[in-house]
Design a binder for this molecule. Structure first.
Ligand SMILES: Nc1ncnc2c1ncn2[C@@H]1O[C@H](COP(=O)(O)OP(=O)(O)O)[C@@H](O)[C@H]1O
Ligand SMILES: [Mg+2]
Length: 239
């Protein structure tokens, strides 16, 4: 990894953050979870966001997902200034543009694997109803879990559930796949296999931003952005 200064954001970047801050108000006073973040991420990058617990990694991901809004600064994603979207428009934008994978999978327990993958398509309406199940099966096939399509999540291993969760995140062909410690609840062999899957997706052009604190996960990324106490302290590119 070579240390580089953080590239300056341009409107051509897929993701651009300018002077972004996030402040939480609490009884103990205001707390700055993110401070003056300038960050540009280009199409096709696999960015690892690293840093100690409490450094602001999940806060950053939630801002990129439009789950939360910054207290200051500007976020542009794929030409869209998130600030200009109403709550309703932001939620629709998220459904189209962002796929999210969580540490604890968060599949809906009463739906089969295939139904879990179809759900975002039912909300997104990008694919006609008759194409949703075939597309879900194709995504499960791509993730290597097609044989699990009609099982409930409880019948699957952790690694299989996370593969289904990645398939679900890709359901609407999002511009960006966000993952918050996706290997944090997997054994190391299963974690490596999942990272290989994410790397393959990146090779096919998918942009991925992944929070992790596992060194083995960072090696799969094309760039590591390190946060400490809400600030970017280091940006390293893979050679
Ligand atoms: N909703 C919230 N209200 C108040 N403080 C919060 C909230 N969410 C996160 N924080 C605080 O912001 C800091 C960064 O949190 P987070 O982004 O979850 O860190 P990380 O994911 O790196 O562990 C932590 O100190 C956390 O306690
Ligand atoms: Mg976190």
């Amino acid at each position: 990894m070579t240390l580089l200064s953080n590239p300056s954001p341009t409107s051509a970047s897929l993701i651009s953050l300018r002077s972004v801050g996030k402040r939480y108000a609490s009884l103990a006073g205001d707390f700055n979870a993110l401070i003056d973040i300038d960050l540009a991420i280009e199409r096709g990058e696999f960015v690892a966001v690293v840093g100690q617990s409490g450094s602001g990694k999940s806060t950053l991901l939630n801002l990129l997902a439009g789950i939360d809004r910054p207290s200051s600064g500007e976020i542009m994603i794929d030409g869209q200034a998130l600030r200009q979207l109403s709550e309703k428009a932001l939620s629709a934008w998220r459904g189209r543009s962002i796929g999210i994978v969580f540490q604890f999978f968060q599949l809906l327990p009463t739906l089969t694997a295939a139904e879990n993958v179809m759900l975002p398509m039912d909300f997104g309406k990008r694919w006609p109803a008759r194409e949703r199940r075939p597309r879900a099966l194709a995504l499960l096939e791509r993730l290597g879990v097609a044989d699990q399509a009609d099982k409930l999540p409880a019948a699957l291993s952790g690694g299989q559930q996370q593969r289904v969760a990645v398939a679900r995140a890709l359901a609407n062909a999002p511009a960006i796949l966000l993952a918050d410690e996706p290997t944090g609840n997997l054994d190391s062999r299963t974690a490596q296999a999942l990272l290989e899957v994410l790397s393959d997706l990146v090779r096919e052009g998918q942009t991925v931003v992944m929070v992790t604190h596992e060194p083995s996960a960072i090696r799969h990324a094309t760039r590591a952005v390190t946060l400490a106490d809400g600030r970017i302290v280091e940006t390293a590119h893979a050679d």
